[in-house]
Design a protein around this ligand. Structure first.
Ligand SMILES: NC(=O)c1ccc[n+]([C@@H]2O[C@H](COP(=O)([O-])OP(=O)(O)OC[C@H]3O[C@@H](n4cnc5c(N)ncnc54)[C@H](OP(=O)(O)O)[C@@H]3O)[C@@H](O)[C@H]2O)c1
Length: 288
């Protein structure tokens, strides 16, 4: 059995990965308490001891506002922590998957979808951290896949972590009877986390390099939220709970979608966002 070490093991992605692949790989999934990626010695000792075939480096501070407000902490974890992981991987000949983000394109004026050759212009600390880590890691280790995620969505599951995402945010607001403000001028890739996890082992078989991963999406953020209402059989509550925000991003529409054709060449593909949303609602039997 191949050995996989996960950093950020208690997070949204890793708890799903570990649950899905528990019988396929010997997995060591370490939360911040067991493995603080900023501790260079602890990182080296832990990786040397487990001697993994693969390391999936998912640990990060991924909250954009927090990173902007605490750039030093963000840099220490998102950049220096990633360097510690890469150096340790190099030491034991482990192959590394670094999870990056669509947010590296947040400052690009031109619209997405962006492919892997497009020059990223990050304008947040989080996006800058991810891009800097990508570039530094390439100098340290050749056995490296950089995988830029779109925005993942899912619903809470027992024992698994959940983060803010379009599906759960919408369902929570509906449960609380709170109004949702959704921009019509915002376009992002939004991908069902289950789909991402299910194809993730294929990454280990493709050439090293940078890849964009996730769903194509032709719907604005407003249209995605509306679709969730409709698929849940709650169309009659749209007027009451969903506010169409036409002002936000009016002057400069936000479009940070990723072109994921490169991965498609290797047989790794995803449903479009609208299909992923429908699948998620069906899986959780929320189509009332
Ligand atoms: N989810 C998405 O939509 C999305 C989109 C694009 C990219 N990504 C990237 O994908 C990766 C996984 O995302 P996710 O959604 O699973 O994020 P997540 O739930 O926030 O998981 C990240 C984990 O990293 C841990 N962590 C923070 N500081 C650490 C440290 N010093 N040492 C070790 N672990 C530390 C966090 O622990 P605490 O919670 O205890 O701080 C958290 O459990 C991240 O790199 C993220 O940037 C995610």
């Amino acid at each position: 059995m191949k050995k996989v070490l996960l950093t950020g093991g208690n997070g949204f992605f890793c708890t799903r990965f570990a649950s899905h692949y528990k019988d396929k790989y010997e997995i060591l999934s370490l939360g911040k308490k067991e493995l603080d990626v900023t501790d260079e010695k602890q990182v080296l000792d832990t990786i040397m001891k487990f001697n993994p075939d693969y390391v999936i480096h998912a640990a990060a501070i991924a909250v954009t506002d927090y990173c902007n407000e605490h750039p030093d902490i963000a840099y220490k974890i998102n950049v220096k922590g990633s360097l510690n992981i890469a150096k340790a991987c190099k030491e034991v000949n482990a192959k590394l998957v670094f999870i990056s983000s669509e947010q590296v394109f947040n400052g690009n004026i031109e619209s997405g979808p962006y492919d892997e050759f497009h020059k990223p212009v990050p304008n947040t600390v989080y996006g800058q951290n991810k891009l800097e880590a990508e570039n530094l890691l390439k100098e340290i280790i050749e056995e490296l896949w950089i995988v830029r995620f779109t925005w993942l969505f899912d619903l809470p599951e027992r024992g698994l972590n959940i983060n803010a995402n379009i599906m759960w945010n919408t369902v929570k607001s509906i449960l609380k009877g709170e109004k949702i403000k959704a921009p019509v001028n915002e376009y992002r890739g939004m991908t069902y986390a289950k789909e991402v996890v299910e194809v993730f082992d294929k990454i280990f078989e493709i050439p090293y390099g940078t890849y964009h991963l996730g769903s194509k999406n032709d719907l604005s953020r407003y249209e995605v939220v509306k679709l969730i209402f409709e698929e849940m059989g709650l169309s009659e509550r749209i007027d009451e709970l969903l506010f169409k925000d036409s002002e936000k991003y009016k002057e400069n529409p936000r479009d940070i979608r990723l072109n994921t054709d490169k991965l498609k060449q290797y047989g790794i593909e995803f449903k479009d966002t609208n299909e992923g949303i429908k699948q998620c609602i069906t899986d959780y039997k929320l189509n009332l």
